[in-house]
Ligand binder design. Structure first.
Ligand code: 0WD
Length: 271
């Protein structure tokens, strides 16, 4: 078959997707929104607070969206109000992206045993894991059949690494959350997945001490010998939320240049 004869697919045509966790142009959520827009999705956005509204507004308008709703996921009331406002514009929709994570800065450096606190644990798990469940709960009655939910996780969920500390525990919880939500919502035709992204320089990442060193280490070991981009994460997100991925749920998909598959690179062995 001639290439020109292959019909171009627009994976997310007629899909309405809500994006949560966009902080600025470097955010993973920005890469995801751009990729989903390119694949024909209609988008709506949440912003955490007034401080971030302008950034989200600018990117939303570049992607032909004026649907913006305030939502601080640490508050059930805020989530409820957000969905009430969304329902005035969208009677139903086809999924959301949860690209949100947070732990207090003093938990993200130094020896885990010394840095860990009960309060830090609670906040990290609340904002980084429970909020995914809370957003799913709130969305349930508005989701069309064949909807897809997506969250963002990191390798620290299954392997320890310096400074990531309590976020690793919260990501482990988020991954279990993904599987339990998939089991709970699958009978209604709703899929729930996570992308485990390689390290990318964003606002959240700059909160992890010595993040630059982590990037350098990555490019040494990852089979692709480079870090991944938000565009690459976005393209996989678009696929996972599309009907092309209709058989995939409860999965953690790695978009990390293969880092998680390699114990050591040839260069590291020879160093
Ligand atoms: O290397 C990285 N950047 C990786 C990030 C590798 C693998 C995974 N991830 C994850 C993060 O853990 C997070 O879950 O991807 C997700 C998105 O993170 P990001 O794009 O790296 O970071 P950023 O651009 O900072 O977006 C995260 C946003 C917050 O930004 P800031 O930095 O202002 O905290 O999450 C949002 C907020 O906009 N957020 C909240 N949104 C609503 N309510 C809340 C909240 N309470 N707290 C944080």
């Amino acid at each position: 078959m001639k290439l020109s004869a292959i019909k171009k697919t627009v994976m997310l045509k007629n899909k309405k997707i809500l994006i949560a966790g966009l902080a600025n142009k470097h955010s993973i959520a920005t890469g995801i929104a751009k990729a989903m827009h390119a694949q024909g999705a209609e988008l709506a956005f949440t912003y955490q607070n007034e401080r971030l509204k302008k950034n989200v507004e600018k990117i939303a308008s570049e992607l032909n969206s004026s649907l913006l709703y305030e939502c601080d996921v640490s508050s059930d009331k805020s989530i409820e109000t957000m969905y009430q406002n969304l329902s005035k514009d969208w009677k139903s929709f086809d999924g959301f992206v949860h690209s949100i994570g947070f732990a207090p800065a003093n938990e993200l450096e130094g020896n885990f045993v010394e840095a860990a606190t009960r309060d830090g644990f609670k906040v990290a798990h609340d904002i980084s894991s429970y909020s995914f469940t809370a957003m799913a709960k709130g969305a349930k009655s508005m989701l069309n059949p064949s909807s897809a939910l997506l969250t963002l996780t990191y390798l620290g969920s299954i392997q320890s690494l310096p400074n990531y500390n309590v976020m690793g525990l919260a990501k482990a919880s988020l991954e279990a959350n993904t599987r339990f939500l998939a089991a709970a919502m699958g009978p209604d035709g709703i899929r729930v997945n996570a992308i485990s992204a390689g390290p990318i320089k964003t606002l959240a990442a700059s909160g992890v001490k010595n993040f630059r060193k982590m990037l350098a280490n990555y490019t040494k070991r990852a089979p692709l010998r480079r870090v991944v981009t938000t565009t690459e994460v976005g393209n996989v997100a678009a696929f996972l939320c599309s009907d092309l991925a209709s058989g995939i749920t409860g999965e953690i998909t790695y978009v990390d240049g293969g880092f998680n598959t390699a114990a050591m690179s040839i260069e590291e062995y020879e160093d």
